[in-house]
Design a protein around this ligand. Structure first.
Ligand SMILES: [Zn+2]
Ligand SMILES: [Zn+2]
Length: 334
């Protein structure tokens, strides 16, 4: 049941199904491969008969077929769900260019603003959120250039300079931004949590891997300087949901799904770089906000779905130099 060595109709059918989805898990591949093998072998092949080994053989055949087209098949673990996800990744053109084939310049500029908010504005040594709640998401709708241009016209009246072509992006209406985000979720670029917060999907983390590092990390930083994009000490993939070293400027991060195996090989639960005790209570992602004292205390005053965007906004407010300690006290007072 390993299939013929030669690339055949079964391989072609599998690759087609894979490309249509963009990503695939073993669970998703099982019924597809069972159907393919049923046709090929002329007798029923059950889903339970499809092993990882069979899946692997189809993956490597697909990988070979794709390699001449500048595509590769990569895989990563979902940071929370602990399932392996395979994706077809373009190895030459950057992801933003790929998006251009399906979306308008306005839509792509909007996605860029969402990514900037996730990985720059709401990702600081104090608080590595790397997600957006609905309020922060809506703040990304309008293009900053359009806002500035509108102000300039108001000030200068008709004498104002006509906007440059690069400034002609106006941004999206709320409804357009929501529709765009929905299609990005459907295409597998973003995930939306039950709380309505957006974060990057495993597929996007694979596609944007190099782009995120190039865009948000400082190539001139000294080794050991805090960087925006950081990697799991165990699996080496990017961490947007997980645990962080207690030391604010230390770059060591761990996925929750990776920590058990990681600590099993260590004598003590200490950061491998700075030797600080690892308490497992410092987080990256939504818990960086929801596990704060200010957030938890406020939760008692609200209903089950009474998540306050305003409060999240306050907690996630970007650093103003060293005023952050004061901010924290201020929050605690409320
Ligand atoms: Zn990991
Ligand atoms: Zn450390």
């Amino acid at each position: 049941m390993e299939g013929d060595d030669e690339y055949n109709d079964g391989n072609r059918a599998f690759l087609q199904a894979f490309m249509a989805r963009g990503t695939m898990t073993l669970r998703e591949a099982k019924p597809i491969l069972a159907n393919i093998l049923t046709i090929q072998e002329g007798e029923p092949v059950e889903t339970v008969q499809i092993t990882q080994e069979i899946f692997d053989s189809y993956l490597s055949a697909a990988q070979e077929a794709l390699s001449s087209l500048d595509y590769d098949i990569r895989s990563t673990m979902h940071q929370v769900a602990k399932k392996r996800i395979w994706a077809i990744v373009n190895t030459t053109s950057d992801a933003m260019t790929q998006l251009a084939t399906l979306h308008s310049a306005e839509e792509i500029a909007f996605v860029k603003r969402v990514l900037d908010a996730m990985f720059d504005k709401y990702n600081s040594p104090r608080l590595e959120a790397m997600f957006l709640d609905s309020m922060q998401f809506h703040q990304c709708c309008r293009a900053p250039a359009a806002a500035q241009a509108a102000d300039a016209v108001e000030e200068d009246g008709e004498e104002g300079q006509p906007p440059q072509p690069s400034q002609q992006l106006r941004g999206l209406k709320s409804s357009e931004a929501e529709a765009m985000m929905q299609s990005m979720v459907d295409e597998g670029w973003f995930e939306r949590s039950v709380e309505g917060c957006y974060s990057l999907s495993p597929r996007a983390l694979m596609e944007l891997h190099s782009w995120l590092i190039e865009t948000y990390n400082d190539p001139g930083a000294e080794p050991g300087d805090w960087q925006r994009i950081k990697f799991c000490e165990a699996c080496k993939d990017i961490v947007t949901v997980g645990q962080r070293c207690t030391e604010r400027d230390c770059n060591v991060r761990l996925h929750d799904i990776c920590e058990e195996a990681f600590w099993r090989t260590k004598r003590e639960k200490k950061c491998p770089k700075c030797q600080t005790l690892w308490d497992g209570k410092h987080f990256v992602g939504e818990r960086a906000v929801t596990e704060t004292e200010a957030y938890r205390r406020s939760k008692g005053h609200r209903g089950r779905d009474g998540r306050s965007s305003g409060l999240m906004e306050q907690i996630m407010a970007p650093d103003e130099e060293e005023e952050e300690e004061e901010d924290q006290e201020h929050l605690d007072d409320e």
